[in-house]
Design a protein around this ligand. Structure first.
Ligand code: BGC
Length: 361
């Protein structure tokens, strides 16, 4: 008996010493909290970068991360979220495919006291979102509009120019914000005839591309060219809301005989994908908008930390993002216009891509 007691005492002592002496692991700091991260798809390279950056930053702070991509399948995203809720995650970061379809599941998270942060895309029609981390989405449209204004010399009264417009997915709040910024700049030039839209398609519903799909955009561009340009009219610009839509438009333009360096129209873009960066250098794309996913991810992670510690995170916008239930407090990062003149500085010198990646090596 004495022997057993002695052994027990020694073991107890060892445990106590180990407990006092060792540094708490990072996970101990956060009480082993898990953050569920829901991303829409891996079709757009940015979501791969966003997901990766969020995971890395959260893990560096000691959180466990459950990162899931839904490949634009809404029931899959709902199922992923349900699983995370059932598994008892401590916080959810959500980039919705179509947020209106997530309302009930988000309500379920609220019931379980799981805070929800909307990442890049606002979660609409719910009171159960705590904060919103994004970019100035209207500002993205303003950057595109100003670029067109400058390149076509619209301020100097030049024109008329044939221009066609594309918009993002109707179920993505960002698409509407971008469009409003864009038309704020360009509508006056449509009204005074400096910009002519041969298809006459300018309403959001006419120009919107479901799920921001490259293929859907290709089909529409093909139809527009066949219907409205078969008499030999030439395009001066195609205003598109994302790089991928731009690739689709460019494919169709090539088929219709447009050539870079000869009669190639101005094409806009968004996301600063590698392929888009190469296209900017080759002249196939006139600009893109760089939204540094490293910055957005780190802002979002500070929101998670604050929320889980019961503190107020840093926000810089309390007026713009009404989700039909309330104005969601937001932190908006600044988008940057990229053209040939600043591409290296913004994308390579900042370490976002390497020179080798840009060169396709
Ligand atoms: C994002 C864009 C992205 C688009 C398509 C939008 O919500 O803000 O950066 O290009 O979704 O994925």
């Amino acid at each position: 008996m004495k022997k057993i007691l002695a052994v027990l005492m020694t073991v107890l002592l060892m445990i106590t010493v180990a407990g006092c002496g060792s540094e708490p692991s990072k996970k101990d700091n956060t009480g082993e909290k898990t953050v569920g991260v829901l991303m829409p798809n891996r079709i757009f390279k940015r979501w791969i970068a966003d997901g990766g950056n969020i995971k890395r930053d959260l893990e560096a702070k000691g959180y466990a991360v459950d990162l899931q991509y839904a490949e634009n399948d809404i029931p899959v995203q709902i199922e992923q979220m349900n699983k995370m809720i059932d598994n008892g995650v401590n916080c959810l970061i959500i980039t919705a495919i179509d947020s209106t379809k997530l309302v009930d599941t988000i309500a379920k998270a609220k019931k379980k006291n799981i805070p929800v942060i909307a990442y890049d895309r606002l979660l609409m029609d719910t009171d159960a979102v705590s904060y919103y981390a994004s970019f100035d989405n209207k500002g993205v449209g303003v950057l595109m509009g100003r670029h067109i204004e400058e390149k076509l010399g619209l301020k100097e009264g030049k024109g008329p120019y044939n221009v066609e417009f594309f918009a993002g997915s109707h179920d993505d709040n960002n698409a509407h914000f971008l469009n409003s910024g864009l038309f704020e700049i360009l509508q006056p030039y449509i009204d005074n005839g400096q910009i002519v839209v041969p298809s006459e398609q300018v309403d959001f519903d006419q120009i919107s591309v479901l799920r921001w799909s490259q293929e859907v955009a290709e089909d529409r561009m093909e139809e527009v060219l066949n219907k409205y340009y078969s008499d030999g009219k030439k395009l001066a610009a195609v205003v598109v809301p994302s790089d991928r839509i731009g690739y689709g438009v460019a494919n169709v333009l090539e088929k219709h005989g447009y050539k870079v360096g000869e009669n190639w129209p101005i094409i806009t873009g968004q996301d600063a994908e590698l392929e888009a960066a190469r296209n900017v250098l080759s002249g196939k794309q006139s600009m893109t908008v760089f939204k540094d996913t490293r910055i957005l991810a780190s802002k979002c992670v500070t929101m998670v930390e604050a929320v889980l510690e019961g503190k107020e995170p840093e926000i810089n916008d309390t007026v713009s993002y009404d989700n039909h239930v309330f104005v969601v407090p937001a932190y908006l990062c600044t988008p940057i216009l990229i053209d040939k003149s600043n591409l290296h500085k913004e994308l390579i010198d900042s370490g976002y891509y390497t020179e080798e990646e840009l060169n396709g090596k």
